[in-house]
Write a protein that binds this ligand. Structure first.
Ligand SMILES: Nc1ncnc2c1ncn2[C@@H]1O[C@H](COP(=O)(O)OP(=O)(O)OP(=O)(O)O)[C@@H](O)[C@H]1O
Ligand SMILES: [Mg+2]
Length: 234
């Protein structure tokens, strides 16, 4: 369903060429849950941005459901994202002037979700923020903002969820709840990609793709085996 062929992404910074991704080949099947594991700067966010058509590769091709998205123009990228991709950004990207509820409902309406009010409330309940729906982002803690970002991704009912360090700001207990929600989406047939730098969190999935300096260095089961979420410790 997601096919990356010889993907490269270079940034030209004055005289210096930054190779963020170099010759990435990857196939992800519909409904799979995959962890992208790697240290800071290894290219995880860059890779998610390419799969989610927020950016285009400088080399190689990306096909999603047989469509070559790496050739898309901006307007096509926008439509593709709206219909197919739910992002959970590393930096949340909430609208500062919209309440938690409005942040979620805005996305629901943009994606033409029916019963958007009810579904937005349900999504905020699911991430444990039923009591915070009128709060603006600046009135929420970092972890709460992250959970609004997650509710916003869930409400779209997209076939692909791209989650960039979704547990980064969360305490252990809330982090596990969020992983549960993501695994649940995978159980419903959604393709889920989770980015993390934490080897223990990677054990949530049976497939871990490791990135180092923009290259895939391994692809397979986690080092110490997959574990049920209630047995995870980090
Ligand atoms: N827009 C950009 N312009 C120039 N260089 C960039 C840009 N975005 C990323 N890079 C560089 O590409 C490399 C990969 O960055 P990326 O954000 O993908 O890493 P990451 O694995 O997500 O790291 P982290 O865990 O810190 O979020 C880094 O060296 C970064 O400095
Ligand atoms: Mg990143």
């Amino acid at each position: 369903m997601i096919e990356l062929k010889a993907i490269g992404k270079h940034y030209q910074m004055g005289e210096i060429k930054v190779k963020a991704l170099d010759d990435i080949n990857l196939e992800i099947t519909k409904g799979e849950i995959v962890v992208l594991l790697g240290p800071s700067g290894s290219g995880k966010t860059t890779l998610l941005n390419l799969i989610g058509a927020l950016d285009s590769p400088t080399a190689g091709e990306i096909d999603i459901n047989g469509t070559r998205i790496s050739k898309y123009k901006r307007s096509q990228q926008f439509k593709f994202r709206r219909n197919t991709i739910a992002f959970i950004f590393q930096t949340f990207n909430l609208f500062p002037t919209l309440s938690a509820f409005e942040n979620v409902q805005y996305v629901a309406e943009l994606s033409k979700i029916k019963e958007s009010k009810k579904k937005s409330k349900d999504a905020l309940e699911a991430v444990g923020l039923g009591g915070r729906i009128r709060h603006f982002p600046h009135q929420l803690s970092g972890g709460e903002q992250q959970r609004v970002a997650i509710a916003r991704a869930l409400v779209k009912e997209s076939p692909i969820i791209l989650a960039d360090e979704p547990t980064g700001e969360l305490d252990f207990k809330t982090g596990k709840q969020i992983l549960e929600l993501l695994v649940q989406q995978h159980g419903n047939g959604t393709t889920v990609l989770i980015v993390t730098h934490n080897r223990e969190i990677a054990r949530v999935s049976n497939r871990v793709v490791e990135l180092h300096s923009g290259k895939v260095t391994s692809d397979g089961p986690p080092q110490n085996g997959k574990v049920p979420i209630d047995k995870l410790h980090w």
